[in-house]
Design a protein around this ligand. Structure first.
Ligand code: BGC
Length: 774
């Protein structure tokens, strides 16, 4: 085509485009202010009446732009597909200008001018990165968690993103699974509170250009992969699904989440992506979900490997099950038309999916302003701001869990000689943690930088790496994020030379800070482990450091619960810092020097060894329980070689101060119907520091129509108390808190005796009993 022809053709396109834009914006501007839903339905009906079958199927297609990938990309020419109406949304692309350019093609050059969704895994922050979700959950602070999601949404939306693949709310009780780092731990109640807070934080009411759509994932049960091996089989009773694994997804739906991502695993033998019971009966009919369902990355194609048939068969299966959008695999794009012709699917099914996707765009306001999220000015001023980083620093400090602190080794004085040793001490690009795709990895504050900034001239600090992350270079090669090694350099000096250097500064110091543990890529997707010790090369170094006789403080990096028996026995202090995000090093200094008193509490039990897994506090009693405080008894449910107890229980975490709990006082010992039980304790801060304590309420249903857990979290309050102060902490308990799904899957409570427990973790609780009749 000659230049002139091309020009003329473009002028025509532009003219038609403008005309249609006027028609559409006329309809949508009106629609944009209409909250009744009627305006939206009418708008979409009119829009769809003008769409071809191919264009409708195009809306169901979600290709990856390929900047960060977690699988094989199968997408062909994206630009051409957008222009020709074969793309509903795009993800794995970063930058407002790039996104705006593609949106422009969609709304100016495609026939229907339908705006696109732009998705991204904004999992724990955008460029300002917050702690990994497992760490965030340890704050037990819903305000902080909501705020982190709010800031993530503000930054992402300034850069063109309208949709995040978060929150991930998979209950996880197997720390071998690398993706425990992305979730909120083992508890359905806490997980549900967090799910709601995150959805609120991301979506708001969609009215602002800082509100983006959330996507709860991975629906469902992904966290129960057998043996903790990623993508592995899941098999579970419906009772357990409804009582333990479903609640956080449902909580997100109740909070109005706009989209749901189907998981990779099977549920009752059928892959979630093709499971009509899961995606339609439970999600839409029982829970009333009215958003859209997207697959996970090539989730449809993977059904072929699950043994469900060829691409055409599995694509039809997914559509019929309730999938609306196909991530990456192009199964819908390539086969739905043929399946319709062959009457394997119906037009109504395609229409329903298309409507759900268009409704999401409508709710986001994209028909009113397709460039709502493409404001280059915002991108310059609202991302990685000093204010956002300040909040990230506070929240990071709040996520750390003090696991051990003998004789008040911590907080450290800002004086004397400090030796900072370990492969994670000067590792800025390791601080953000897994799933931080938008982060500029090496911009985060390292421990070394954080300590130096905090100390100024008050103390001297010497640093040595001491060893590589693992002694196994080949393992380190496998440990990647999105298939990239992030240019982490292995030190090529011999282990002996590195160790000698570390021991020299250790011997000259007053205190040793050891920054060790997992690297960021040891957890996350496709990062399962069978050995949960700190890698041996690091442990050997730690042992040598302990031998110096100097106090050793372990600053532990981890994306999952690790097995820390030796460390617990031999080290005076362990501060678990997960991966704290952009400001990790600054926050670590804040806590080590006592400018912030740690208040994090574990949301996943730490096992003593891998053989105990799965290990979780809300287990059933069994018919042969071990009496409390005992280890081995023949013919009881226990092990010959290790007690049943975790090393650190769910809910556990120390403070620089100490809290004591009074006995529980209750408003009544026998209750009836919908009465409210008030259960209180007096909490006293009887240590030397001001601090915060997470007061936890657990309930046990002592007699039921099904066997019930030994305790279940039913409430918590994070209380700040000045040193020496006391406060009465009261929980209002109603029959709502006693409900569970019975064997008919009916959600109700059953009268009888209940044990009420309150304490600072799931093990150390005060307890009393009540009777509750109908
Ligand atoms: C992960 C999802 C993620 C998706 C898109 C998948 O491999 O399982 O959690 O949202 O990729 O990046």
């Amino acid at each position: 085509m000659t230049k002139q022809n091309k020009f003329n053709k473009n002028r025509w396109r532009l003219a038609i485009g403008l005309l249609l834009t006027v028609v559409f914006t006329g309809a949508s501007a009106q629609a944009g202010t209409d909250k009744s839903g009627k305006g939206m339905d009418a708008f979409i009906t009119t829009l769809m009446s003008r769409m071809t079958l191919e264009e409708k199927i195009g809306q169901l297609n979600l290709p990856s732009a390929g900047e960060f990938t977690t699988g094989t990309a199968t997408n062909s020419d994206i630009g051409k597909n957008v222009k020709e109406g074969r793309v509903g949304g795009l993800f794995n692309i970063k930058g407002v200008d790039k996104i705006k350019a593609i949106q422009k093609v969609a709304v100016e050059e495609s026939r229907m001018k339908i705006p696109m969704l732009f998705g991204m895994d904004v999992i724990h922050g955008y460029e300002t990165t917050f702690p990994i979700p497992l760490g965030l959950s340890c704050t037990w602070n819903m305000k902080s968690i909501e705020q982190s999601a709010r800031i993530a949404a503000t930054e992402a939306s300034a850069d063109g993103i309208s949709w995040t693949f978060s929150p991930m709310v998979d209950i996880a009780r197997d720390p071998r699974w690398g993706r425990v780092s992305e979730g909120n731990g083992e508890d359905p109640y806490l997980g549900s509170q967090i799910a709601k807070a995150m959805v609120r934080g991301y979506q708001g009411d969609y009215s602002q250009n800082t509100n983006i759509m959330a996507c709860v994932k991975h629906y469902a049960l992904y966290g129960a992969a057998e043996a903790g091996r990623d993508y592995n089989t899941v098999d579970m009773s419906h009772l357990r699904m409804y009582n333990e694994y479903f609640p956080p997804y449902k909580a997100a739906v109740d909070a109005g989440v706009g989209s749901v991502m189907a998981s990779f695993n099977v549920v009752d033998g059928i892959p979630a992506t093709g499971n009509r019971w899961l995606l339609t009966d439970v999600l839409r009919k029982q829970w009333g979900f009215n958003g859209f369902v997207v697959t996970d990355y090539t989730g449809i194609n993977e059904m072929t490997d699950h043994g469900m048939g060829d691409l055409q068969t599995v694509s039809a299966l997914a559509l019929k099950a309730g999938v609306d959008m196909d991530m990456v695999g192009e199964g819908f794009l390539k086969t739905l038309k043929k399946s319709l012709r062959e009457k394997k699917i119906t037009l109504a099914e395609i229409n329903a999916a298309c409507r759900n996707v268009l409704a999401a765009k409508y709710k986001l306001g994209l028909f009113t302003d397709p460039y709502k999220y493409c404001n280059a000015e915002r991108a310059k001023t609202e991302i990685y701001t000093p204010e956002n980083r300040k909040i990230a620093r506070q929240i990071a400090a709040e996520s750390f869990v003090l696991l051990k602190n003998d004789k008040g080794v911590l907080p450290l004085k800002k004086a004397g000689k400090i030796a900072l040793i370990g492969p994670l001490a000067d590792a800025a690009n390791n601080m953000a943690g897994t799933w931080s795709v938008a982060t500029v990895q090496n911009r985060s504050v390292s421990v070394l930088r954080g300590l130096k900034n905090a100390l100024g001239n008050a103390a001297t600090i010497a640093y040595a790496k001491g060893c590589n992350l693992t002694g196994d270079a080949a393992l380190e090669e496998r440990v990647t994020m999105f298939g990239k090694t992030l240019n982490r350099e292995r030190d090529t000096r011999t282990p002996e030379v590195m160790k000698a250097e570390a021991l020299k500064i250790a011997n000259e110091s007053d205190v040793i800070i050891a920054a060790m543990g997992e690297s960021a890529e040891f957890s996350g997707e496709s990062a399962s482990r069978t050995d949960l010790d700190i890698p041996p090369v690091q442990q050997n170094l730690l042992k040598a450091l302990v031998k110096t006789g100097k106090p050793v403080v372990l600053v532990l990096f981890a994306g999952r619960p690790l097995t820390l028996n030796w460390e617990q026995q031999k080290l005076p202090a362990i501060l678990n810092v997960w991966f704290g995000g952009s400001e990790a090093g600054a926050a670590i200094a804040d806590v080590l020097f006592g400018d912030v008193n740690p208040s994090g509490k574990l949301t996943m039990s730490f096992p003593q060894n891998v053989g105990q897994i799965p290990l979780y506090y809300a287990h059933l009693n069994t018919g042969r329980p071990l009496p409390e405080g005992k280890w081995f008894q023949k013919f009881r449910s226990n092990y010959l070689d290790v007690s049943n107890d975790p090393l650190y229980p769910f809910g556990y975490g120390l403070s620089y101060t100490t809290f004591t709990y009074s006995a529980i006082t209750i408003s009544s010992k026998s209750l009836k119907g919908s009465q409210v039980l008030k259960a209180s304790v007096t909490l006293t801060n009887d240590g030397k520091y001001d601090g915060a304590e997470v007061v936890q309420l657990y309930i046990r249903d002592l007699v039921g129509s099904i066997s019930r857990p030994v305790k279940e979290l039913k409430g918590f309050q994070k209380i700040w108390l000045k040193a020496g102060a006391s406060k009465t902490v009261t929980f209002d308990i109603t029959p709502e808190d006693l409900k569970f799904y019975n064997s008919q899957l009916k959600y109700d409570w059953e009268p009888g005796a209940f044990e009420i427990m309150i304490g600072g973790n799931s093990r150390d609780v005060k307890s009393t009993q009540v009777n509750w009749e109908r």
